[in-house]
Design a protein around this ligand. Structure first.
Ligand code: PGA
Length: 242
């Protein structure tokens, strides 16, 4: 695992965007695994700037997102489809018909999960997967627990995640309690992984990534088994790494 510690969020966003851009430049048809949340917003701004000044061309890329809340309409302000459109897709030259986010309104959610995994296979796998990390070590919405799932699945969000995400909603009661999420298998099959984290709240989870131990209590620890992971964190998030 390659660790890059940055001074602050701004530098983190720039470096993560550089790492991500390398893949798109090397492979213009890359399949991009994308993430939502507060962490990637700065990096997405950097990618938009690179696209505007013609350093990057997304016209042949496909994207596939990690997760979506169950029950939110794609137009809902807090749906992850809307997040992606607003924070990235509307501002770069990607073909929106080639951007995939799980459908949290699917009539048959089990079927939606199966189809999503088939879609990843069909696309030939993910070339670069961007990940944030929860305060509790979740990646995508793979929450800590007794066991983890390999494939895309339905997950009940933990109280810690509901509390963390309440900042995006008018009240905590509006945060959906369930989501569809890519599983650890889908994530681990990505050719390259870039994980970003900022702030002290992430320090404990990040420490686990460098502990040499793998535990379902911190799902991100699984990434230690992957051959090509770049972890970009600011000093606050890195502060407990030994
Ligand atoms: P955040 O979320 O980027 O909003 O902190 C990360 C995550 O929950 O994976």
């Amino acid at each position: 695992m390659k660790l890059i510690v940055t001074k602050n969020y701004e530098e983190l966003s720039k470096i993560a965007a550089e790492e991500f851009a390398k893949v798109v430049i090397e492979k213009p048809t890359a399949v991009l695994g994308l993430a939502t949340g507060g962490s990637p917003i700065g990096m997405y701004k950097e990618l938009i700037a690179k696209c505007e000044n013609k350093e990057l061309d997304f016209s042949k890329c496909t994207s596939i997102n990690l997760d979506e809340y169950i029950g939110l309409n794609p137009e809902h302000e807090q749906s992850y489809r809307n997040f992606m459109n607003t924070n990235l897709f509307n501002h770069i030259n990607i073909d929106k018909t080639k951007t995939f986010v799980p459908n949290g309104l699917a009539k048959n959610l089990e079927e939606e999960c199966k189809n999503y995994d088939n879609k990843i296979e069909e696309l030939g796998g993910i070339d670069v997967q961007l990940l944030g990390i929860g305060n509790n070590g979740h990646i995508a919405f793979n929450e800590p627990g007794d066991e983890l799932s390999a494939g895309t699945h339905i997950i009940s969000l933990t109280e810690s995640t509901i509390e963390a995400n309440a900042r995006f909603f008018d009240s905590i009661d509006e945060v959906p309690r369930k989501a569809l999420t890519m599983g650890l298998g889908g994530i681990m099959k990505a050719k390259k992984i870039i994980l970003i984290a900022s702030g002290e709240g992430k320090a404990e989870a990040i420490k686990g990534l460098f502990s040499g131990k793998i535990t379902t209590d911190n799902p991100a620890t699984m990434l230690q088994m992957h051959r090509d992971v770049v972890v970009v964190v600011d000093e606050a998030a890195a502060k407990l790494i030994k």
